[in-house]
Design a protein. Sequence first.
Length: 575
Amino acid sequence: MPGSTPADLVLVNGSVLTVDSRFTVASALAVTDGLVSAVGDRDEVMAHAGPATRVVDLGGGTLLPGINDSHLHGCALGLTMPPLSVDVSHPAVQSLADVAEAVRKAAATTPAGEWISGYGWDAGYLAECAADPSRLPGRHDLDAVSPDHPVLLYSTTGHATWVNSAALARAGVDRNTPVPPGGVIVTDAAGEPTGLLQEGAQDLVHRALPALSPEVRADAIRATLRTLARLGITSYTEPGLGPGGDALMRGAMAHSTLDVYRRLLADGELTARVGVLLLPTGMAGTAEEFVRTLAAMDEPPSTDPRRLAVLGVKLFADGIPVNKTAWMHEPYVGGGCGSLCVGGETDDERIAQITEMIRYTHAAGYQAGVHVTGDRAIDTVVDAFAAAAAAHPRADTRHYVIHGDFLTARSMRTLAQHGFGVNMNPTIKWTVADLEEEFVGPQRAAYEWPYRDAIDAGVTVTSGSDAPVTLPDWRQGVSTMMLRESRASGRVSGPGQRIRLAEALRTYTSDAAWQDFAEDWKGTLEVGKVADLCVLAGDLLTADPRDIPAMPVVFTAVGGDVVHDELTVRRPPTV
């Protein structure tokens, strides 16, 4: 026997995609004490088996490294799932009338006066709004079905909130309410709030919601963990927990959620590896507030840093293109370039604020992950990364831009030169490709999320779902990276930015491990690395990219512990 200790688990008769530097393909793999102990053909690997070894017949399926969704709001995702939230996402609802009916049903079973919350609406998928882009969701759509319950419905992007009149009254929002910096209170012709709030203005109603209990947060995270296990996702980045998240998703992104993660870890319930970015301030935070808050966030060391670790700091630079709050070099369709400006600041003043936040984050020794979308804003952030590195030299910072959808060639060169990265969102590309053309035009929409150019420029590219903005389905992400087809029309958006299967898988495995400073112990199926495993039914190497989203995930393990199993597991009759 090659090793003195027999393997605990052996998987045979499939394609084992190691995703190592050569993208080696084997047919069997062994696991001992939670680590990969052998990779090769069936005979080589079966030599590691003993009488108690479990043998999994892959049946021609595909074994991958466990998937690492490198931008996923874990607690927030769980809160969007029934029974914790009303489902108002597409295709569960397809019109304003459908939303009203879902709220009516919730009101019938909710005690009078209690809040009803829902998640996932997208005006582009609501029939009335799609037919007339000037028709926006509003309070009057909800008032008749829920006069006695305040209703708050989160948009799928997280950048807009739709409420009824009772919620506006409970939050004290009326025509005289000052608009927070960086926020929008949509009003009607008479100047009255319509019930639609965007960006920083959402806090006005979010803060009126009752605080989530620790147990509700735990239940939400447990729901997410169950979902991820069924998808083969073994690691994720929770991108922002801290005081800046106190009012985001009912406080799902608050600092206290990190304490819930610690409790789940201590109780042995954390069935995925979680990296956390701290969130000192929200979308409109000043540099002074950011520095003061981050300086006070003294986090204790993790009891198991391979299972739960604070990796860096999240900050915001701009908004999103569909709200025209992303800062662009060229005008949007219909005018306007977005702005980094909040409140009474000039663009130059806001640039100085962001530059100082990044400088302090870097100097304090943290990795910086910056939410930034517009090309002009991206250039500003990447320049700030380089300036911080020059002013305070330190090795291997791995700062990265989050979303980075309109990444410029200039910024790509800087990112590659300094060893910085970009975290992209292929499932968002799939979802919004057609809609974005209305805001930025066909040429820029086709370029959006330039995977091919970024990889060719030498930038480390990772992929995340931004769940609950989209479902954390990496299979759809891989398909989209390979095809660049849109969800709504199936049209190809930017064929020149397509990448190959191996490259797409790296963004969810080996390169995602790099973002986590963990490529030496996870992200590939190599001897000595953790046995984080994902098995697909069928041969991924020969599958039509259009068929990948429907390929079932049939087995998932984290550190050799099986968390999802639809395969037959048996002991070998002989060794």
